[in-house]
Design a protein around this ligand. Sequence first.
Ligand SMILES: [Mg+2]
Length: 178
Amino acid sequence: MLEKYYPSEYAGSAYDIDYRRLYESGIRGIIFDVDNTLVHHGDDATPEAVQLFRDVHAIGFKTVLLTNNDEERVTRFNADIGTQYVCDAEKPAPEGYEKAIALLGVQKNEALVIGDQMFVDIIGANRCGIRSILVHYIEVPGEKWLGFRRYIEMLILLFFRISRRNISGLSDNRERNT
Ligand SMILES: [Mg+2]
């Protein structure tokens, strides 16, 4: 019942992922959410974000940004990165994901979505049959208020972790919020 919300994997951050392992597993194209996945909502690219794209491109990945935000926002973020993007994507609708796959020029089974929202990034990836990694949203010191949806996400994530433990006996030691 909850499987449609489950990512393929969970990671504490987009910056903590072993991208070489993903490449070795056959992934060739990465679809990145921007806000709260790579930077705090609305922020420009940080040096860390710019370096991440250099690193994944050096491994051999193609990348695309997939965002519900508008062109002004994504081009500002993308200024020092220069990757492809789909803006105003209306995630979780499948059309944006299909455009992103076309831009990557890879098969769906070679693509991966990385995003911070289960009800947006992950449910959309699942509808399209694309693998995904849910990351913990970028937190800013002093930002206390959490939307109701975040609490529901945490609850579903708990069921996801329990289901993974029951299947594989594995736990993810990279998680920050345990
Ligand atoms: Mg996001």
